[in-house]
Design a protein around this ligand. Structure first.
Ligand SMILES: C[C@H](O)[C@H](O)[C@H]1CNC2=NC(N)=NC(=O)C2=N1
Length: 115
């Protein structure tokens, strides 16, 4: 299997739930993401908008690639011209740095690089 498809192996990487302070400072660095829910169901969420269904599904496919390589899977709500993306880490019963890293990568999919 080529390394580009190799999922991250979390077995020997300790993960912890972020504190409220860490969550607030993480969100401040992420365009368009907000906090939703609480307790073990707390999540970060963003609605990505597109011109049509084709663009929406192209985004979903690119996001699936990120989810696979990170071995971290968002909840998705897919509509004609938008996709609501929610990350949380069920392994820690809250939010971890992986949620923020995946959210950063999701944003990068729709952000054009500086000229
Ligand atoms: C064993 C496997 O790596 C874990 O269960 C991964 C899979 N994908 C996951 N996805 C999300 N969103 N949260 C997790 O805690 C999580 N854990």
């Amino acid at each position: 299997m080529s390394s580009m498809f190799k999922p991250k192996d979390w077995k020997n990487i300790p993960r912890k739930a972020l504190s409220a302070t860490e969550i607030v400072s993480g969100l401040a660095k992420l365009d368009g993401w907000k906090l939703d829910g609480d307790g073990a169901h707390v999540a970060i969420e963003k609605t990505f908008s597109f011109a049509n269904y084709f663009e929406t599904i192209a985004f979903v496919n690119a996001l699936a690639f990120i989810a696979h390589t990170q071995d971290h899977h968002p909840d998705l709500s897919v509509h004609y011209n938008r996709c609501v993306v929610r990350f949380n880490t069920h392994d820690v019963g809250g939010l971890s740095s992986t949620d923020f890293e995946c959210a950063r990568q999701a944003n990068a999919l729709v952000t054009s690089p500086a000229p």
